[in-house]
Write a protein that binds this ligand. Structure first.
Ligand code: URA
Length: 325
């Protein structure tokens, strides 16, 4: 097989290229006659069309490769707004034309190669690339709850039963933040409804707090990770705008981060919970106290007293921030 054909074969273009002006009746003959000496193909990746983004926001299916009908002679850097495409450029003049039917002569702005199979890419075919929409920070409570309920930003949407938005007093001074819904929460659409939730309610009661009156409870992640695995970093990233907006709307005076995962996610650190406890941190301008996760306390009773100390530090910090006056 001649070198030029091998090159076309390599890029999967061989059967698709014929010389402009030739009949396509005998593709093999045309390919032999008109194949350029060598071809460079550039694959330019661009974001998927919005419809594809909505259906599969994480693992996007890229549009199939398409071959441009015409390529400007000097175009080295493709424009950023085009779908994935393959641009083929002859490096040298094509070999001598041997077909009986003479093609029209080249002009300076006219590359003589075109795709005889695929539809040409016309400007109206190209989906404009829009900046990812994230107006989450402007949403009110209802719009935010609806956005979360319909969220498909990450793969967790595929297996969830319900999103778990948050619960409690939307004007509370206290905001408690856990990790992600478990099985019960996924089923009921409310955070901390299992055994850990009962313990949490008891701990709150000892501070004369309650999720129905003066506490708002949310999770870092709004959908249950399958098998209760830890959420992945990209899942945290995609979900965090919702929590940030919840914090902005509640405007709490104190946040209690429950458990290692919540603490590390909020504080953007890999430090251990032991090293994060007993200090006042900040999240979105709000003081944060780190304590153990109630589910952990169910198994490690000896750490309940430490959790009580954490809540007392949270209460002191809340008071210092003007709470309880
Ligand atoms: N664990 C959490 O972190 N959050 C819940 O909502 C339930 C269990």
């Amino acid at each position: 097989m001649p070198l030029d054909e091998i090159a076309l074969e390599e890029f999967g273009l061989a059967p698709r290229w014929v010389r402009k002006g030739l009949t396509v009746a005998a593709p093999e003959a045309a390919a032999v006659d008109v194949a350029p000496a060598s071809v460079v193909a550039e694959v330019v990746a661009a974001p998927a069309a919005p419809a594809a983004r909505a259906a599969a926001p994480v693992e996007r299916e890229m549009p199939r490769a398409r071959v441009e009908e015409r390529v400007p002679a000097q175009q080295e850097t493709p424009p950023p707004v085009q779908p994935e495409r393959v641009v083929a450029k002859p490096l040298q003049q094509p070999v001598q034309q041997t077909a009986s039917e003479e093609p029209p002569p080249f002009t300076e702005d006219d590359f003589a190669w075109f795709d005889s199979v695929a539809e040409p890419v016309l400007p109206h075919d190209i989906e404009p690339v829009r900046a990812p929409r994230d107006d989450t920070a402007t949403l009110d409570w209802d719009a935010l709850a609806e956005r979360v309920a319909n969220c498909t930003r990450c793969r967790l949407c595929e297996k969830r039963t319900n999103t778990v938005f948050g619960v409690g007093d939307r004007e509370a001074d206290w905001m408690l933040i856990g990790e992600a819904p478990g099985e019960n929460e996924d089923r009921q659409g409310e955070p901390f409804v299992g055994q850990a939730g009962k313990l949490l309610d008891n701990m709150l009661r000892s501070l004369t707090l309650s999720r129905t009156q003066n506490v708002y409870i949310a999770n870092v992640i709004k959908c249950r990770p399958p098998g209760n695995r830890n959420p992945e970093p990209d899942e945290v990233d995609r979900c965090e705008p919702y929590l940030q907006r919840q914090v902005a709307l509640v405007k709490p005076k104190i946040i209690v981060a429950m458990g290692r995962f919540a603490a590390q996610s909020l504080l953007k650190t890999g430090d251990s919970i032991a090293s994060l406890r007993s200090r006042v941190h900040q999240y979105e301008g709000v003081p944060v106290i780190v304590t153990y996760h109630p589910a952990y306390l169910l198994r490690s009773l000896q750490d309940k007293s430490k959790a009580w100390s954490d809540l007392c530090l949270a209460r002191d910090t809340w008071r210092s921030a003007g709470g309880g006056q």
